[in-house]
Design a binder for this molecule. Sequence first.
Ligand SMILES: O=C(O)CCC(=O)C(=O)O
Ligand SMILES: [Fe+2]
Length: 317
Amino acid sequence: MNIRQIPRISLRDFDTRRCQIGKELIEAAENVGFFILVDQQRPSKQEIEEMFALSTKYFALPDQIKARYPFIREQNSGWEKNAQIRPSTGVADPKESLQLQYFRRNKYWPNDLSDIPQFHETCLNFMESSQDLSMKILSIFAVALGFPQTFFSEAHDLSFEDCLSTMRLLRYHDVTGKVSEMPQWRAGAHTDFDVLTLLFQETGGDGLEVCPGREAHTNFAVGDEWTAVPARTGEITVNIGDMLMAWSDDRFKSLYHRVKAPEPNGNLKARNSIAYFNQPRPHVRIEGPTGKCRALTASQYISNAMERYYRPTKGPE
Ligand SMILES: O=C(O)CCC(=O)C(=O)O
Ligand SMILES: [Fe+2]
């Protein structure tokens, strides 16, 4: 078992401690690719708890209601159940998820849920808080890469009608009495194809594992040793995505990660998580300072990734 630790970074007094926090973030991005943030102002623990409570209510709705906004691959938006087949496993993750893009908030969000009238406002506020935190982190990474401090916040400006940043609510099924029939992974191993992911987990929902040691922007994990990332409500697990790995010419690492199914004597109840995927505006060129990785626009990058991640392909021998 790889003993590489996932760094924990406190964001307390961000403005006055910016320099120290920046060092810790850059070291974590370069050497690990995953880190856990604590003591952030936004989204607060209370906001996170409220968002999880709302997500639980949403997934408790009958499937026919959720199916009014089905997942559309070309838009990377909507609700799916048992439909995301990971290339690494070739089987669908036993879960359901809802993807919400900020700019489609009045076009393709379930805003008509009479049992949860606060749905729209709570999701919107949560996305704005997640955006605020993401831009703080990305402003530090921009300077480290030799770009202006506002480089990534301009590329991910939510006020434009085409910014592709997406929130994903996830619910992995309750497996009580069914562990032996279920796949080994709640989410098969994958890297995220975005720039930066904020992942919110809930205490009791362990299972997330990462595979440190990925040294180049390639298709499959180099090593096969996995480190558990504990689930704690209020903390934020952050990972570098493939686009930032390319944008940094492989300096910042986008790691393979997966969610393990519970052991028969573990917590068999449903597991909730929430991801905020930072994805730039479509025309933005992903091109690193040294030109090591082939330049692509965000829209080309995402459509290639959607092809790869939403149909099974053959993994490494
Ligand atoms: O549910 C989790 O903890 C991880 C989800 C994830 O990695 C993803 O949706 O990309
Ligand atoms: Fe992921």
